[in-house]
Design a protein around this ligand. Structure first.
Ligand code: NAD
Length: 340
């Protein structure tokens, strides 16, 4: 498997899950956001996904690559609002280049990272793959465009493609080989940790949302479950029914977690009460959504197995080993790094 972005958060987890399932991941990453330590002991090519010379090198060394898992992308929403052209270039134009090259080298299976962001903020509470697409940022629109590029290429017989629309990945590899590159987790887990450290109470932004307990809802899915979904999709690739060679599949837990439930899970994992204050809704916030996952079950024979508590526990465990892994003092993979 060629895993683009395999030195990043999701791609590195996918590479680990491939290894654990007996498939050899070949990583292609330009290290713009990824970390070299995550490629330790793995076949690694440093380079851009749109660089034909590097891809020629990759396929010359590994002519038996069965499929491409395309995780490489720029993925910071506010940055995409400030630099939309850069995002369309990185995420869309470079995917076109990659797909052309990959097909030229005879590989016709592409599994691509997509996102629940394609559905837009007003979708919900339960989102299926046929819910309306309403991407709300250049980043999210780039994901819709990538899906369209692949769907059109598939319809023309260039390749077959599966897009996995991840909801809210959290956690780290349970074996702690990889996790989020940043020292502190982003979004809500970062705010929970800050409150735990004494930086002021965790503020619940709105208690009057139309959810089961009035607080916002997200579908936090463990990154290891996300990674396993890729392995399932790769192993079943040729048997997955699709429309004209392309299909999109939600990857979430199918339930969702409210803010209050997340706080309770955090307290249960840490064993400490968390200082919490209820506040008003913030402008731009939405009630949130969770994934309908029957398609993932039917097509990939996959469903999430790990809980939000597992995700919190693995995030906290990863924080303890992160510096050592990134500095190479704690080896993530096995053996010496190979490749370019
Ligand atoms: N993390 C999430 O919450 C989330 C949610 C939904 C979808 N996704 C999607 O999953 C994928 C992976 O996201 P992530 O969170 O692991 O991000 P990440 O930044 O950790 O990983 C992306 C990797 O791609 C590499 N990369 C970027 N542009 C490249 C290029 N042109 N050539 C080669 N390598 C390149 C980066 O160096 C990095 O290692 C992205 O496509 C993202 O849009 C992520």
């Amino acid at each position: 498997m060629l895993v683009t972005g395999g030195a990043g958060y999701i791609g590195a987890s996918v590479a680990s899950a491939c290894l654990d399932a007996g498939h050899t991941p070949i990583i292609l990453d330009d290290l713009s956001a990824g970390v070299h330590a995550f490629t330790s002991g793995r076949q690694f090519f440093a380079g851009d996904v749109a660089d034909g010379a590097v891809l020629a090198e990759v396929f010359a060394a590994h002519p038996d690559i069965a499929a491409v898992v395309h995780c490489a992308a720029q993925a910071v929403v506010p940055e995409s609002v400030a630099h939309p052209l850069e995002y369309y270039h990185s995420n869309v134009a470079k995917t076109v280049e990659l797909v052309e090259q990959v097909a030229r080298h005879g590989c016709r299976r592409v599994l691509v990272s997509s996102s629940a962001a394609v559905y837009g903020p007003a979708a919900g509470p339960a989102v299926s793959e046929s819910s309306p697409l309403a991407p709300a940022s250049p980043y999210a629109r780039s994901k819709v465009m990538v899906e369209q590029v692949l769907a059109d290429a598939a319809a023309a017989g260039v390749l077959r493609a599966i897009a996995l629309r991840y909801f809210n990945p959290i956690g780290a590899d349970p074996k702690l080989r990889t996790g989020q590159q940043a020292r502190e987790p982003g979004a809500v887990l970062g705010r929970l940790l800050a409150a735990q450290r004494g930086a002021g109470p965790f503020i619940i932004a709105g208690t009057d949302w139309p959810t089961r307990d009035g607080t916002g809802l997200r579908d936090y899915v463990h990154v290891w479950d996300v990674a396993r979904a890729h392995v399932r999709a790769l192993e079943r690739f040729d048997d997955v029914p699709s429309r004209n060679g392309f299909v999109a599949v939600n990857i979430g837990t199918g339930a969702g977690t409210t803010v209050r439930e997340l706080i309770r899970a955090f307290e249960a994992v840490t064993g400490e009460p968390l200082p919490v204050r209820e506040g008003p809704r913030r402008p731009g916030d939405v009630a949130g959504a969770y994934a309908r996952v029957d398609r993932a079950d039917r097509l990939l024979h996959w469903h999430a197995q790990l809980s939000v508590s597992d995700g919190i526990r693995d995030t906290l465990s990863w924080r303890r080993v992160r510096d050592a892994v990134l500095n190479g003092a704690r080896r993530g993979g096995a053996g010496a790094a190979k490749g370019a």
